[in-house]
Design a protein around this ligand. Structure first.
Ligand SMILES: [Cu+2]
Length: 213
């Protein structure tokens, strides 16, 4: 029942894209691993109250100290590297959106059919294709996070960071600044409008029209 609380628009456990799915899978694997280790510790604790056993020191150091750590840590490290590498942006000509963080809002600049389209606190993405966020900051460190699409990426003054996001299907998702950045941090939220790829240019044109008002 507690897991019901893990659902919702800002939950990394209800993924809506491939990177978020990988991250959620890793989260569940780590939860299972932590559960297994907790159970093992409880078993060892229970055994400690039983009669003394003859366990050689080498068995402790090699078996539990090295063997168990290797069994747990090597797959976890491997999975972490694999997932991490898969969600990195790469030079494959993917769409890019410039993301500029300002105390306390987000400015998104999309490449529209008639030039750049700037939106405030609203990111527009085409469904089913990778889009690279090119992230900068005007003042302090912020962090771009759309939990249902992927991990966080810091927006750091004087630096450009990249984060690849991909959404499965059209819909409205939500994002939030994930690095405390001052009194307005809690309200530094934004919407992610995911549209069918064939409607992407129309959505940008509409957003550009809205900006002129
Ligand atoms: Cu913030």
């Amino acid at each position: 029942m507690l897991l019901v609380g893990c659902d919702g628009p800002l939950s990394a456990l209800s993924p809506a894209g491939p990177a978020a799915r990988d991250i959620a899978g890793l989260w569940w694997a780590m939860l299972a691993g932590a559960g297994a280790l907790t159970a093992l510790v409880l078993v060892l604790l229970a055994m400690a109250f039983g009669p003394p056993r003859q366990i050689t020191p080498t068995r402790w150091t090699h078996g539990l100290g090295m063997g168990l750590s290797a069994v747990v840590l090597i797959p976890l490290l491997g999975a972490g590297l694999w997932v991490g590498e898969r969600i990195l942006p790469r030079d494959d000509g993917a769409l890019a959106v410039r993301v500029h963080a300002v105390q306390w809002h987000w400015e998104f600049t999309h490449d529209g059919p008639d030039g750049p389209v700037e939106t405030r606190d609203r990111l527009i993405l085409p469904a089913g294709q990778p889009v690279d966020m090119v992230i900068t900051s005007a003042d302090v460190i912020h962090s771009l996070w759309v939990p249902q699409l992927g991990g966080k990426m810091d927006a750091i003054p004087g630096r450009t960071n990249r984060l690849r996001l991909q959404a499965d299907a059209p819909g409205l998702l939500h994002g939030q600044c994930a690095e405390f950045c001052g009194v307005g941090h809690a309200v530094m939220r934004f919407e992610v409008l995911v549209v069918p790829p064939e409607d992407f240019e129309a959505a940008l044109a509409e957003a550009a029209g809205g900006n002129d008002d």
